[in-house]
Design a protein around this ligand. Structure first.
Ligand code: FAD
Length: 284
């Protein structure tokens, strides 16, 4: 029988930071990813676990000046129920609604999705498209890392082993539009084959600016799509531009074949999803 690693439950951040010192100590939030990985079959078990669930400092959804701020322990159910999120970041509410089912949405957290660093994490394209910034904390203090710099390789992040994701910040930008699409095998309880968020601001009728395309399940990490973004940036949104953006996206992606999908399927579907988003926004 495997021996369960000892769990400590700190009541404040300083105690959590202290508890995270040492080799192979892992934080746990909702546990919906970590518990699955604790069987010992997927790598060495941690030497100890720090339970973050009691840390009020990591909770809450608020507006702080011109930013929307979500604590790392914010669950998908809280995101779905939040009037503030529905008003300012409805694409995140849509993404939260596609994750697992009610049990997972009640326990799974935004910070867990970020730190778990799965390329298929469904909120991550939204965080990329919204220019989210992550506040990270440790005994050394706080630092701020943009989502674009956070996922450094397959399941690798900018987090130090003793560092926590504390909160996620989104600058509120007037006129920003965002669309979210998840393609999976089913409508619920499905791991994404392609997941995408597209953000833009309409600068003049039919002209997009500040275009951001965030994608998941098409690379080793969640990614942006700079070539397709460049096609859409500043262009009048016409059928020809939508065609060129979709082509640019298909060319710049290098997905892999795996048990859920082939690389070819992912490339074609990502291009079509982008084309449809542009088409629907253009109203033609
Ligand atoms: C049945 C099922 C269905 C699922 N469906 C989906 C889905 O549709 N889409 C999707 O994206 N995911 C899905 N997941 C995965 C999972 O629910 C999410 O990734 C969730 O957001 C993880 O959050 P958590 O709080 O449970 O993380 P945990 O399991 O507690 O932790 C995950 C990882 O992040 C680390 N961690 C957690 N919080 C912090 C923090 N604040 N700072 C630093 N490190 C931290 C942990 O050490 C661990 O490595 C599913 C999981 C299950 C079991």
């Amino acid at each position: 029988m495997p021996v369960e690693p000892p769990v400590v439950s700190p009541r404040d951040l300083a105690s959590a930071y202290a508890a995270l010192a040492g080799d192979a100590i892992r934080p746990i939030a909702g546990g919906t990813d970590l518990m699955v990985a604790l069987t010992g079959e997927l790598g060495p078990e941690p030497a100890g676990i720090v339970d973050l669930w009691g840390l009020d400092a990591l909770r809450g959804i608020s507006i702080d000046g011109d930013e929307l701020v979500l604590g790392a322990l914010t669950t998908y159910t809280e995101i779905r129920r939040s009037a503030v999120c529905r008003e300012h970041l409805p694409a995140l509410v849509e993404a939260a609604a596609t994750i697992g089912a009610a049990q997972i949405q009640n326990r799974g957290t935004l910070g867990g999705n970020i730190a778990n660093a799965s390329p298929a994490g469904d909120t991550l394209p939204v965080l990329l498209a919204a220019d989210a910034v992550f506040d990270l904390g440790s005994v050394r203090g706080e630092r701020h890392v943009p989502a674009t710099d956070f996922w450094t390789g397959y399941r690798q992040t900018a987090l130090a082993p003793d560092e926590l994701v504390l909160r996620v910040r989104f600058q509120l930008r007037s006129g920003r539009e965002m669309r979210f699409r998840k393609v999976g095998t089913r409508r619920a309880q499905s791991i994404s084959k392609v997941v995408m968020a597209v953000a833009w601001r309409t600068a003049a009728p039919g002209v997009w600016r500040d275009v951001r395309i965030g994608l998941g399940s098409v690379a080793a990490t969640p990614i942006r799509a700079p070539r397709a973004e460049a096609v859409l940036e500043g262009s009048p949104v016409t059928p020809e531009v939508a065609d060129r953006a979709a082509e640019a996206l298909a060319e710049e992606l290098s997905p892999i074949d795996d048990v859920r999908s082939t690389a070819g399927y992912r490339r074609v579907v990502a291009a079509r999803v982008l084309h449809r988003i542009v088409r629907e926004a253009g109203g033609w």
